[in-house]
Design a protein around this ligand. Structure first.
Ligand code: CLR
Length: 433
């Protein structure tokens, strides 16, 4: 927040400093030395970073929390599933055009987000350094829901792209309905790390399970395909435990999510085929093998709304120009801006491990790249020294707000919130900055 004329603090609407252009730096120049290495162990030059910690980047899952609030008010479980599906799609929507690398969180780093107006708060902690694992827990202030999970981004360098598999289970619990939903996020691929313009694709099947009713929503995040026709497209359906199809879900994760009755959807599809809507007459050569860049297909086609559909979600659009050379595009700048803003009321309230207090990220946000770079090195060295000290004393690192366990619903390995963060008795916190 920034002070306005009458002395009241208002949320900021711009970033403190514009960023330099990344165009002069080649990602490949660094990556070629790293072939065959585990990507999480590579220290990339800071120019490829965006001034956010990975903990803040995953907090963007919460941008459209109103969908969960809405789901809580519905009495029909299929209708609730529709909104949960829309939430799962909306959660990854901010990835569009976000090719900056967030800062790797330090072990023990935390990020708190308290949004009184939106009725929830969230706490996340870096619980492991190698492999990097971030755990998060959010709940509504009126105890209607909790949404929690952990993310271990497994990165792979394929010829021209970096593929990130976000390992970890998302769990959403709606207390009034005694329901729990689980799913795993789709794959994320960053194209053209060798040459060309970086762009992001998300693909894979996301299966949302309602563990109380046995309802399922199977969502297919489509790979962009040969003509780019499927770029950003999401399609799927909701079925009950007897496998009866109830609703079809369709749209794009960058644009909108609709739901419609399966019968109406099928009729429409058939009609579209008859009219030769998507003829595949001219086969085009696929460009995966060649040396040239995989350009992002032009996204000309917007989603056609089939009559009878219900709109479940649409992201609020904001002009990207405000961000200047940050070269990221985000639907709701508002959300991004306050993710990293250190408001006066927060000092002394947020935990001393909160990434808002990280000097390297702060320096980068202020446009001071040299300080950012020096500070980043200092923090990483401090972390290494601490680890060596622990090894010498045969001491194990203990996580502060989460503990390793199994997901209650799926049995998969998970990180469980121990509670207590919001009591704000921050004893035993490591000194990581
Ligand atoms: C996407 C949403 C998933 C969780 C997740 C895991 C890994 C993240 C990815 C998200 C976004 C893109 C990401 C990736 C790790 C590295 C990659 C931040 C948040 C960046 C863009 C790679 C940049 C490196 C190039 C400059 C080479 O649910």
């Amino acid at each position: 927040k920034v002070p306005s004329e009458n002395g009241v603090w208002e949320r900021r609407t711009t970033l403190p400093a514009p960023m330099f252009s990344r165009n002069d730096f080649s990602v490949w120049g660094f990556l070629k030395k790293c072939i065959g290495m585990e990507l999480s162990k590579i220290t990339m030059p800071i120019v490829f970073n965006e001034p956010l910690s990975f903990l803040q980047r995953i907090t963007e899952y919460m941008e459209h929390t109103y969908l969960i609030h809405k789901a809580c008010t519905l009495s029909d479980s299929i209708e609730r599933m529709q909104l949960v599906a829309a939430f799962a799609v909306s959660a990854v929507a901010s990835q569009w055009d976000r090719t900056g690398k967030p800062f790797n969180p330090l072990l023990g780093e935390t990020f708190e987000l308290t949004r009184d107006e939106e009725g929830y708060h969230m706490i996340s902690e870096q619980v492991s350094h190698h492999p990097p694992i971030s755990a998060f827990y959010s709940e509504s202030l009126n105890q209607d829901f909790s949404f929690h999970g952990s993310i271990y981004p497994k990165l792979k360098l394929w010829g021209k792209s970096v593929e990130a598999e976000p390992k970890g289970t998302m769990t959403l619990e709606l207390s009034k309905h005694r329901e729990a939903y689980t799913w795993t996020n789709p794959m994320c691929c960053v194209h053209n790390v060798i040459l060309g313009k970086l762009w992001i694709e998300q693909y894979g099947t996301v299966e949302i399970v309602n563990h109380s009713t046995g309802d399922k929503c199977v969502l297919n995040f489509k790979p962009c395909g040969m003509f780019g026709k499927e770029l950003h497209r999401v399609e799927g359906h909701i079925q009950d435990k007897s496998k009866k199809k109830h609703q079809v879900i369709y749209g794009k994760w960058t644009e909108c999510v609709y739901s419609i009755e399966p019968k109406v959807y099928e009729v429409n599809k058939k009609a579209e085929k008859k009219s030769g809507g998507d003829s595949k007459k001219h086969k085009q050569e696929q460009s995966t093998g060649g040396d040239d860049a995989d350009e992002m297909p032009d996204v000309q086609e917007t989603v056609t709304m089939i009559p009878g559909s219900t709109l479940l979600w649409r992201p609020p659009m904001t002009p990207t120009s405000v961000l200047g050379d940050y070269m990221l595009c985000i639907f709701s700048l508002y959300f991004f801006f306050f993710l990293d803003s250190l408001e006066p009321g927060m000092i002394g309230v947020i935990a001393p491990t909160d990434c808002r207090l990280r000097p390297d990220i702060r320096a980068m946000e202020n446009g001071d790249i040299d300080t950012a770079s020096q500070e980043k090195e200092r923090l990483e060295e401090k972390q290494r020294v601490a680890r060596r000290e622990r090894a010498k004393d045969e001491e194990e690192w203990s996580t502060r707000w989460f503990q390793q366990g199994n997901n209650r619903y799926t049995g998969a390995a998970d990180w469980i919130y121990k509670g207590g963060y919001f009591d704000r008795r921050y004893s035993d916190l490591p000194d990581i900055y």
